[in-house]
Design a protein. Structure first.
Length: 577
């Protein structure tokens, strides 16, 4: 079942010349675009390019340095952002949280009843009739009489149907709280919907349900997401926040918006799959145009500098007559002046409109950029779980993993994927059963929790480079510097860790893990928070890692291309497939 959430068809968002800087860097410059009613715009770009910042600016949580954001609607518009602080306290019940989302619809239905009674007693009162008409319009817009059915369908669709609604929010798992926050936002039915990584905690069923909801959404929807399959299914266009050339241009389906600075955004009307090929061609065209313009600038500057003349400087005029000499001299000066002025004019014009230099793409250099794991032992079991279980989180699970194998762990929300990885990593003890691993093999886990401790306890002043050195050791950091991996741009390596985006913090965590590559590499949802380009490169590198790799993921794109072993968790029924 799908919903048609109310929002006037005239609602649209207009962003004009938007710029924003944090204390240490500019993240958005001269961004302009329009998202109309029914548009589902996917925001893409490298980690730290400003996707989350743009959503927060549109929501009003941040104020731009320059530019305007206009939300037009036939009534005072509402804007809803996912990943703000949940609008309900942890001590509230699930039912209380949900009711706070639909309170406007409940109040609208009550107002219609109250005003209907008033109108019945004063049938000729024009003010009462107008008030009733306005309240009826509001109630219909908020689907006030379908609220209970919508709540039930929403919770079931997002995998929360079995959760006791009397349960306190604080007792829910992190994934359940994230899905409840998403349900709250959707049920509140804002005119403009802003979603930051909405599928991070959704399994296939919930992601499919969300896609159906968004496809039926009447107002503009902006989605910052790493989920390629979800973007392909849901987004009607893509907005790339990575740098683009200066001029407005239309090449194929790529439209460069923004004016004056060459930062702007690039809008693409196809799917993400098509965008990959189109963007590569566009970048190559950008590089060729930049190279051609640089050559033309050099030629024009040389022309102005040389002050070239007509004819040959070492040959006299064609006649020795004095009048002829003056005639040719005057004509020569006129031609030279015209040529020099023409070259200067063309030089000035080209200097003003030349495109910016294409930035060097941040290119991940692989899982073994820092070296290979110390894994020269013969094949054999390296990790074994025998009826390993964690009460309330993972049923009895058995699996044997041999050296060099590549495993993908899948399953619905709550099936125990992260719990199993923690058992295999040794950071969690089983309630029942047993987990063993080869003592010669080092095990490292990239968890979903983005927390990089600071052992020096010097707080937020520690830069990414310093934190990397703190955690891998000074000697190893000198031998394998942070720049080795192509995970963080040079300017970002010298920024405070707390000033990095979530994706950049996770990139740093991955670099710390790979500084001395382990024999057994465990990755929990490695596509979460990473840019799409990094995810693609990371997935390609997994199959070539010389050690053992175990990945837990709900990413359909990754699962569809996985060629190694698989373990599917069913919650109460675990089995290898």
């Amino acid at each position: 079942m799908s919903h048609t959430f109310p929002s006037p068809m005239s609602t649209h968002v207009r962003v004009d010349g938007l710029s924003f800087s944090y204390r240490d860097r500019r993240v958005l410059t001269d961004v302009s675009f329009v998202a109309a009613a029914g548009d589902r715009v996917g925001l893409i770009g490298e980690n730290g390019c400003g996707k989350s910042t743009l959503l927060r600016l549109i929501s009003g949580a941040l104020e731009p340095d320059a530019g305007t954001i206009t939300v037009n609607a036939v009534h005072p518009p509402s804007v809803g952002l996912l990943h703000q602080e949940p609008p309900f306290p942890e001590h509230a019940s699930v039912s209380d949280a949900i009711e706070s989302a639909v309170a406007p619809a409940r109040h609208a239905a009550e107002a219609v009843g109250t005003l209907a009674s008033a109108l019945a007693s004063r049938p000729h009162d024009h003010e009462a009739a107008d008030a009733f008409a306005r309240s009826l319009d509001t109630a219909e817009r908020l689907d006030a009489w379908g609220v209970d059915a919508t709540i039930s369908t929403m919770l079931t669709g997002l995998g929360l149907g079995a959760v006791d609604r009397n349960r306190q929010v604080g007792t829910l798992s992190g994934g359940q709280r994230a899905r409840l926050a998403l349900a709250w936002l959707l049920l509140s039915a804002p005119d403009v919907l802003l979603l930051d990584e909405p599928t991070n905690h959704l399994d296939d069923s919930a992601a499919d349900y969300l896609a159906r909801v968004l496809t039926a959404w009447r107002g503009p929807v902006l989605i910052a997401s790493h989920d390629r399959a979800f973007l392909d299914t849901t987004a009607s266009s893509l907005l790339d926040l990575d740098p683009s050339p200066l001029p407005h241009a239309l090449t194929g389906e790529l439209v460069h918006d923004g004016t004056g600075t060459g930062i702007g955004v690039t809008r693409f009307t196809g799917t993400y799959s098509h965008y990959l090929a189109t963007r590569a061609k566009e970048h190559a065209r950008w590089e060729r145009q930049y190279r051609d313009e640089r050559e033309e600038l050099s030629r024009l500057r040389a022309a102005v500098r040389e002050q070239q003349t007509v004819g040959h400087s070492d040959r006299g005029p064609r006649t020795e007559a004095r009048s002829a000499r003056k005639f040719y001299s005057d004509r020569n000066a006129t031609v030279v002046s015209r040529r020099v002025n023409d070259a200067r004019s063309r030089l000035s014009d080209l200097e003003q409109r030349q495109i910016r230099k294409p930035p060097a793409d941040l290119e991940f250099r692989g899982l073994t950029a820092g070296g290979n794991p110390r894994d020269n032992r013969p094949p054999g079991p390296v990790l074994t779980a025998v009826n390993a279980a964690v009460t309330g989180r993972l049923p009895a699970t058995s699996v044997g993993i041999s050296r060099g194998e590549k495993w993908l762990i899948t399953g619905a929300n709550g099936s125990g994927k992260s719990t199993l990885l923690r058992l295999l990593a040794g950071t969690l003890e089983p309630s029942h059963g047993q987990v063993t691993h080869s003592p010669e093999d080092r095990v490292r886990l990239l968890s979903q929790d983005i927390f990089i401790p600071d052992p020096s306890d010097r707080g937020s002043s520690r830069t990414a480079r310093e934190t990397y050195s703190d955690l891998v050791g000074v000697d190893l950091a000198e031998k394998v510097p942070l720049s080795t991996f192509g995970l963080l741009a040079g300017r970002d390596q010298n920024r405070s860790v707390l000033d990095l985006s979530v994706g950049q913090q996770r990139r740093l965590a991955l670099a710390i893990l790979l500084a001395d590559p382990p024999e057994i590499l465990l990755l929990d949802e490695p596509t979460n928070h990473f840019s799409l380009s990094l995810v693609t490169a990371l997935e390609s590198a997994l199959t070539h890692y010389p050690g053992t790799v175990i990945v837990a993921s709900h990413d359909r794109w990754l699962r569809g291309r996985w060629s190694g072993q698989r373990l599917h968790l069913e919650g109460t029924n675990i089995g290898s497939v």
